[in-house]
Design a protein around this ligand. Structure first.
Ligand code: SF4
Length: 229
C-alpha cells in the first residue's frame, strides 16, 4: 500500500470511520446543492459514451456534443468505426483538438472491440484500460454511467476539489482515486464524480474558488487555497 493512500485516513480504525463520516456529510451537502449533476456527454450506448469520453480529453463536453451527432451518424458502432477511413474520422472530430491521435486511438479501440469482444464494450476496468487511448478516467466514466458499476472518476475538477476538501494529499490521479475509494463507500463513487465535477464548474473553481457561496464552506479545510471569493 502506498503512502498517499495511508495518509488520508490511516489504518482502518475509529479515525477512518470519523473521516468517512465527515466526508459523507460534506458529500451530502454537495449532492443537495448539485442535485442535477450528471454525465453531460450525449450518447446512446456504451460505445458512444466511450468515444465521447475519449473525445472530451482537453475539450469541453459542449464541443464534443456538437461533434458526435455527425460522427455517430457516419460511424454508429465499433464495427463501422473499425473500417472507416481514418482521414474522414479525423475531419469529423477535428474541432475537439488532438484529432489525429484521438482518431487513431478510437479506430484502434474499435478494432480491438471487434476482434476480441464481438464489437461490444467490456465492463471490466482491467479490460477497458487496455484499450488504446483509454485511461482510468475514461474507463470509470464508462463503468459508472453506461454500466451502472461503481466508477470513481478523477478529472481535473475532482482532483482539485478532493485536495481542497482534505480528502487526499496525493497529486497522481491513480492515487487520488485510491484515496477516494477508501474514504467513500462504493455506492457513492459514481455519484461523487458527477457532483464534484459540477461543483468545480460552478463554485470550487480554478484558480479561485467561490468559498463565500459554497455550501460546505463551514467544514472545508481549504487545503492549498490561498485566495478565494
Ligand atoms: S469552501 Fe471553497 S475550497 Fe472548499 S469546497 Fe467550497 S469553494 Fe471549494
Amino acid at each position: 500500500m502506498d503512502k498517499a493512500v495511508k495518509s488520508v485516513d490511516g489504518p482502518r480504525t475509529r479515525g477512518h470511520g470519523a473521516a468517512r463520516g465527515k466526508a459523507l456529510e460534506v458529500l451530502a451537502l454537495l449532492e443537495q446543492a448539485h442535485a442535477d449533476a450528471h454525465c453531460a456527454l450525449h450518447h446512446g450506448d456504451p460505445w458512444q459514451l466511450l468515444v465521447a469520453t475519449m473525445l472530451s480529453a482537453q475539450c469541453t463536453d459542449e464541443r464534443v456534443n456538437q461533434v458526435t451527432p455527425a460522427l455517430f451518424a457516419r460511424c454508429p458502432d465499433a464495427a463501422a468505426t473499425a473500417v472507416a477511413d481514418l482521414g474522414e474520422l479525423e475531419e469529423l472530430i477535428r474541432s475537439t483538438g488532438f484529432f489525429r491521435a484521438k482518431a487513431r486511438n478510437i479506430q484502434a479501440t474499435a478494432k480491438v472491440l471487434v476482434n476480441e469482444y464481438g464489437g461490444a464494450v467490456p465492463r471490466e476496468l482491467a479490460a477497458l484500460v487496455r484499450l488504446p487511448g483509454v485511461g482510468r478516467k475514461t474507463a470509470n466514466v464508462v463503468r459508472g454511467v453506461a454500466f451502472g458499476e461503481a466508477g470513481m472518476v478523477v478529472d481535473t475538477h475532482v482532483k482539485r476539489i478532493a485536495f481542497r476538501l482534505g480528502w487526499t494529499r496525493a497529486e497522481d490521479p491513480a492515487r487520488i482515486e485510491a484515496d477516494l475509494c477508501r474514504l467513500l463507500p462504493r455506492e457513492k463513487w459514481t455519484r461523487t464524480g458527477h457532483v464534484l465535477i459540477f461543483h468545480g464548474r460552478r463554485i470550487c473553481k480554478a484558480p479561485t474558488p467561490l468559498c463565500s457561496c459554497c455550501p460546505v464552506s463551514p467544514c472545508c479545510p481549504r487545503q492549498g487555497v490561498t485566495r478565494s471569493h
